[in-house]
Ligand binder design. Structure first.
Ligand SMILES: [Zn+2]
Length: 220
């Protein structure tokens, strides 16, 4: 049974199936799919439609030059990919994040954001979006904030609530720049989220407004 109640919309899933999403968003969808059977089934249907459409396309002639270039690229792929030793990775880490994490969440370079939150950046997308993990201590608050672009969040461990409801493992959330919200982790355990922000986060509390210029600099 699916644990998650919040899912990516059909448009996002279709773009994921077509391979047209930026890496940062695709990582969030992949992480959600590891917890959600119903989106997995929907994705299979979308993939099926995509392959049917491909088959209806008329084949076009490829030049010998392009064909040779492609074959050359395949030949030059590293041969040791298949021989790489399997690593023992904490089963809590989603497969789509194995490329960033050696063994467990503990290996990451966690930086203190506030008394309640630590963050570890995983990568930057080519469009500038920041992909990071956020760890909120039990009962901790992420303070009231908005952001300059969309924010994607997938809950990997624990749960949190905000003005709109309670969210648990696997839940996929998209907030746009008009959403002002205050996530608070539940008391029982820490909460770890995968978060993608397309623009700097803006804290909207009085004291935090003073901090915003410093936070914005992080995106330069
Ligand atoms: Zn889903």
């Amino acid at each position: 049974m699916d644990k998650s109640n919040n899912h990516p919309d059909d448009e996002l899933l279709a773009a994921y199936s077509a391979g047209s999403l930026p890496l940062s968003q695709a990582l969030c969808i992949s992480a959600h799919l590891e917890h959600c059977q119903s989106c997995g089934q929907k994705l299979q249907q979308l993939n099926h439609v995509g392959s049917e459409l491909m088959q209806q396309l008329k084949p076009s002639k490829v030049s010998d030059e392009l064909k040779n270039k492609l074959l050359g690229m395949l030949d030059s792929l590293p041969q040791d990919i298949a021989q790489e030793q399997p690593r023992e990775i904490d089963s809590r880490v989603p497969r789509c994040l194995h490329q960033f994490i050696d063994k467990s969440y503990d290996d990451l370079d966690w930086k203190r954001v506030s008394a309640d939150i630590h963050s570890a950046e995983l990568c930057r997308d080519s469009n500038g979006a920041r992909v990071e993990l956020l760890k909120i201590k039990p009962g901790g608050s992420a303070t009231t904030h908005t952001h300059m672009g969309d924010e994607y969040t997938v809950i990997l461990e624990g749960s949190f609530s905000d003005e709109s409801g309670l969210y648990g493992q696997g839940d996929f959330l998209v907030r746009d720049e008009n959403d002002q919200h205050t996530p608070v982790a539940t008391q029982d355990r820490e909460c770890i989220c995968l978060a993608v922000t397309e623009g700097p986060i803006q804290f909207t509390g009085f004291l935090h407004r003073l901090l915003n210029p410093f936070i914005r600099r992080g995106y330069a």
